[in-house]
Design a protein around this ligand. Structure first.
Ligand code: PBG
Ligand code: ZN
Length: 322
């Protein structure tokens, strides 16, 4: 059957009609708010390249997380910027590490909020790479035990989910084993399974003070051209026990969100990264884009591609709109 019997415009005539037949919903339940925690008290240091985002001390992190929770956002993901960095990133696994402190405060003040911890070393190492360096590159297998220690320390501090983002081979398995042996067999792993070496992380590296001091991350993060490899990465994480699979960045990789959705039964998350946010904010500031409509359309596209969960710097604000 076709035109003129079929007229597609009939179901677009009014907002109630459009709402009723809309196939993709955005809901606060699926949003995760990233927060950057720094040492100190009363600190709120804006990140220039990410309008609306600031580095926060633990007290202000609790305040910001409370806003998220009140808006209906169920979870935050924490990134820590420690005051001391060393070659291995050892403050990442200390009981008094910055994220550990924040997690304890959050679980005490806002017990119903889910606390996710990013699990990586780039914010903690003096060289800014995601693991231990040997012969000028990150040594995969030497980094794994450190990831295990960090995971256990985060679990002990009360984190509800750990999210390894370093793209080390075997990282999910090593973390699963360390958690299980440490008595945390119930703690889920949300793996950054498909993470590309992306220019879209630029603003984040200002926020997290994690720019590598030499080289780049192309020996561990994926090449942007690769699609089949993404499935291999995801499959390995599944075999190693990942509970949630993530694609990152999101907007330039919607096809991979779809691929993972179709090939796995696991919840799929995507990371609407810093550069995706900064592009929209910059264009909106110049008056080139309608900010609110662009944000909603962007996040809807990620849900439509197949993402269950979206990590986005706009989470709290968007939850307030829904
Ligand atoms: C580091 C990490 C990065 C992001 C999250 N965790 C960046 C990187 O690999 O340098 C990027 C987030 C963003 O750009 O918003 N493990
Ligand atoms: Zn890292």
């Amino acid at each position: 059957m076709s035109f003129p019997i079929v007229r597609m415009r009939r179901l677009r005539r009014s907002e109630p009609l459009r709402r009723m037949v809309r196939e993709t919903q955005l809901s606060a339940d699926q949003l995760i708010q990233p927060l950057f925690v720094v040492p100190g008290q009363g600190v709120r240091k804006p990140v220039t390249s990410m309008p609306g985002v600031a580095q926060l001390s633990v007290d202000n992190t609790v305040r910001e997380a409370e806003k998220a929770l009140k808006a209906g956002v169920p979870a935050v993901i924490l990134f820590g910027i420690p005051d001391q960095k060393d070659a291995e990133g050892s403050s990442a696994w200390q009981a008094e590490g910055i994220v550990q402190q924040a997690a304890r405060a959050l679980k005490q003040e806002l017990p119903e909020l889910l606390v996710i911890a990013d699990l990586c070393f780039c914010e903690y190492t003096s060289h800014g790479h995601c693991g231990v360096i040997e012969h000028g590159d990150v040594h995969n297998d030497r980094t794994l035990p450190n990831l295990g220690k960090q995971a256990v320390a985060l679990a002990q501090a009360g984190c509800d989910i750990v999210a390894p983002s370093g793209m080390m081979d075997g990282m999910v398995g090593a973390i699963r084993k360390a958690l299980d042996e440490g008595g945390h067999s119930q703690l889920p792993i949300m793996s950054y399974s498909v993470k590309f070496a992306s220019a879209y992380y630029g603003p984040f590296r200002e926020a997290a003070e994690s720019t590598p001091s030499f080289g780049d991350r192309r020996t561990y993060q994926m090449d942007p051209g690769n699609r089949r490899e993404a499935l291999r990465e995801a499959r390995l994480d599944v075999e190693e026990g990942a509970d949630i699979l993530m694609v990152k960045p999101a907007l330039a990789y919607l096809d991979l969100i779809r691929d993972l959705r179709e090939n796995f039964e696991h919840p799929i998350a995507c990371y609407n990264v810093s550069g995706e946010m900064s592009m929209v904010e910059a264009a909106a500031q110049l008056g080139y884009l309608d900010r609110k409509r662009t944000i909603l359309e962007t996040l809807t596209s990620m849900r439509r591609a197949g993402a269950d969960l979206i990590l986005t710097y706009w989470a709290t604000e968007v939850a307030g709109w829904l």
